[in-house]
Design a binder for this molecule. Structure first.
Ligand code: 5Z5
Length: 282
């Protein structure tokens, strides 16, 4: 399909992914608003380009109410740019909301945290257990980069998992080069260099839910080696008193250092409080 520069009207920049920018765009034919990720593949190796295309093809098939929808892609060969057109989430990313709450001394309501946890579990379950939802059978997709910056809010205050698995494109070295910020959500098994798996996504989700309660990650340190030690010890400080023991219990279960004792998304979706939080879903 030939690149059509006039199909979408570029609007303002709204975000920055780990290898490209996100721009708000308007489709000229019907005025509909989308988010466009603009990937500069000038410096990518042939292998990475092939992986990127394969990755986008898998991600385009992920159809779920709590996964940011991929619509189409386009390639501007003259400028070595790949455009990925996705669902626009007017609430922005969760990292920005956490920053805002911290600045204003606000806290998330416990009910909201259960709702976000339940919705993100459904999204992760759709990725980990292909064919569990309505979409057809396909390979397991591991998110690998679950963090507040990659969770987006729509206009109804529902959360959507975004920026899928593209970090998998980088092999060890490049991922390190491309990865920005401190790996607060890195799991113990990733630190001990065993393989990343579904339980590593559950660990990252546990870190994210803990951060919604305290507005800080569960493990923090001045240096990466001190951070690694804290993660491998796995000591989780209590939540602020306004939150229930049930919430703390589920977070501690997700932050089990021993991944064989960590619950799967299927296990967690059976928890009564999670079922109750989903009960409100249409
Ligand atoms: C300040 N930026 C924002 O408020 C913001 C808004 C309104 N939307 C976004 C981001 C996305 C958005 O709206 N849709 C997306 C699909 C995939 C990815 Cl990786 C990101 C987005 C952002 C970062």
């Amino acid at each position: 399909m030939e690149y059509n520069p006039n199909k979408y009207e570029p609007l303002n920049l709204i975000g920055r992914g780990s290898f490209g920018v996100i721009r708000k765009v308007r489709r000229r034919s019907d005025g509909k608003i989308y988010a466009r990720k603009e990937i500069d593949y000038k410096r990518m190796s042939e292998r990475e380009k092939k992986q990127l295309v394969a990755e986008v093809n898998i991600l385009r098939e992920l159809r779920h109410p709590h996964i940011v929808r991929y619509y189409e892609r386009d390639v501007d060969r003259d400028n070595c740019l790949m455009y990925i057109y996705m669902e626009y989430c007017e609430g922005g990313d969760l990292a920005e909301v956490i920053r805002r709450y911290k600045k204003r001394g606000k806290r998330f309501a416990e009910q909201t945290i259960w709702k976000y946890l339940a919705q993100l579990l459904l999204a992760l379950h759709e990725c980990h257990c292909p064919g569990s939802g309505k979409s057809g059978v396909r390979p397991t997709v591991l998110h690998r980069d679950l963090k507040p910056d990659n969770v987006f809010l729509d206009g109804r205050d529902d959360v959507k998992l975004g920026d899928f698995g593209l970090s998998r494109l980088m092999d060890g070295s490049e991922f390190a080069r491309t990865y920005v910020g401190t790996p607060f959500y890195m799991s113990p098994e990733l630190i001990s260099e065993s393989s990343y798996n579904e339980k590593s996504d559950v660990w990252a989700l546990g870190c994210l839910i803990y951060e919604l309660c305290t507005l800080d990650p569960p493990f923090q340190a001045k240096t990466q080696s001190q951070l690694a030690m804290k993660i491998q010890q796995g000591a989780v400080a209590p939540l602020p008193p306004q939150y229930s023991q049930e919430l703390f219990y589920i977070i501690k279960a997700m932050l089990q250092v021993n991944q064989s004792r960590r619950p799967t998304t299927a296990d967690l979706l059976e928890v009564p409080m999670i079922k109750q939080a989903l009960g409100e879903e249409p």
